[in-house]
Design a binder for this molecule. Structure first.
Ligand code: ASP
Ligand code: MG
Length: 417
């Protein structure tokens, strides 16, 4: 059995949906389960619906209409008959959405969020399923909510693996083609839950784990995993093979490769994950699997921008030791500040942090009461895995290096650009 995942970008329009059929014609349709995200940017649009609903805005109806029109434009291009069941299903889900909004009494934002955003995936999968049928590709549409069993942490639900495994094995027909939604599940009371934004890859991994699948394929608009973000770095190259460990390392340093949450269940059962282009399914792409770290062995570049480099020393210039360091970390944790790099010497301690929640200013004020503090805002942290001299020169060129740290596999540079 294989698990396929198509993201929002791959089904953003009618051409995208047609292309899913093309990919399946290329790969064959037997013994597969396909996990699909909401079309294009529909999850964002549904988030706007929730905001308008909570604000009791008169614009709510328009927003829902926009979502309806978006799907209708795709339906109109895929099916020539307005009586087609694909329209009925889409209408059914849109009605369900409106009924929920009318009847809901819960003030719990996260609960409301999950009951609303799920319609993106429910509609996209029903359209793709109907389209494939119209092309003679038989398939079974499955409601992911009755397969993925979670707790009730809305918007970040935790999977109950045992119950999920039982349900999946009871409902997924082997030897056939099944289609289901990414990102959604349900709790004990049958309320819809979601696994966190961009959670569809994780759903694919959950199915693969529970079905002991032979492989997972994530179909993307890029040729696979590259050795750097092509929007930032020149001459990026495709990585043919990376190990689970390497993928986790790359993600840790900030690469938007594959989320470790997705990799963990696959790594446990050594199920390979292929990242391939949905435009060119015949190309090999990247495989994440057990074994050698990386192939080809070339430097991989990651950059995190807009960080803050803090340097602390004791006011009396005494050594900066365990006691001070643990105090600093407790404060970082308390202010939800993510640490990207640390370095210490006898009398000073440097830490490069993320200022995502704009908490760093507050933290600096608190630190100043106890330590001598200097800081640099707006710095960038470059990480190069499997570096060589040329790679270092490339990064250092035209930049002021504030801090450098080197291990066998990885070099990190904090720079001012
Ligand atoms: N549709 C959801 C999102 O946009 C889940 C996913 O695409 O993975 O976050
Ligand atoms: Mg998506």
């Amino acid at each position: 059995m294989q698990v396929f995942k198509f993201g929002g970008a791959s089904v953003k329009d009618a051409a995208g949906v047609r292309n899913v059929a093309k990919v399946l014609q290329f790969t064959g349709v037997e013994d597969k389960i396909i996990v699909i995200s909401a079309m294009g940017k529909i999850t964002n649009a549904l988030e706007e619906v929730i905001t308008l609903y909570v604000e009791k805005s008169p614009k709510l109806k328009d927003k829902i209409k926009q979502i309806k029109d978006y799907h209708y434009a795709i339906l109109d291009q895929l099916f020539n008959e307005p009586q087609h069941p694909a329209y009925t299903k889409t209408n059914y889900f849109l009605d369900e959405l409106e009924i929920f909004l009318e009847r809901n009494k819960s003030p719990n934002y996260d609960y409301v969020y999950d009951q609303v955003v799920c319609f993106g995936e429910l509609i996209s999968t029903s359209i793709v399923s109907q389209y494939l049928k119209s092309q003679g590709i038989l398939n079974t549409w499955l409601d992911g909510r009755s397969l993925i069993d979670t707790d009730d942490t809305y918007r970040d639900a935790k999977v109950n693996w045992e119950r999920t495994q039982t349900k999946i094995n009871a409902h997924v027909e082997r030897n056939e083609l099944c289609i289901t939604q990414g990102f959604i599940g349900s709790d004990e009371n049958n309320f819809t839950t979601t696994l966190g934004r961009e959670g569809s890859d994780y759903t694919a991994a959950i199915f693969a784990y529970c079905l002991n699948a032979e492989a997972v394929y994530i179909w993307k608009d890029v040729p696979g995993v590259l050795n750097g973000d092509p929007n930032v770095f020149e001459d990026t190259q495709l990585l043919h093979k990376i190990s689970y460990e390497e993928a986790i390392e790359l993600a840790f340093y900030g690469a938007s490769v594959i989320h470790p949450k997705t990799l963990q269940p696959l790594q446990k059962k050594e199920i390979p994950l292929h990242v391939k282009s949905f435009q060119n399914p015949e190309n090999k792409g990247t495989v994440v699997a057990k074994g050698q770290l990386i192939e080809p062995l070339i430097p991989c570049y990651i950059v995190q921008k807009n960080l803050v480099l803090l340097s602390l020393s004791a006011i009396d210039f005494s050594f900066f030791v365990e006691e001070n360091i643990s105090e600093v970390f407790a404060l970082l944790h308390k202010h939800q500040i993510k640490v990207d790099l640390i370095q210490n010497s006898a009398i000073s301690f440097s830490v490069c942090v993320d200022n995502k929640f704009n908490n760093v200013g507050k933290l600096i004020e608190i630190l100043k009461a106890k330590f001598k503090v200097t800081y640099n805002k707006g710095v960038s942290l470059y990480t190069v895995r499997h570096f060589d001299q040329k790679a270092i020169q490339k990064i250092e060129k035209n930049k002021q290096v504030l801090l450098k740290q080197l291990t066998r596999e990885t070099i990190q540079l904090v720079v001012k650009e």
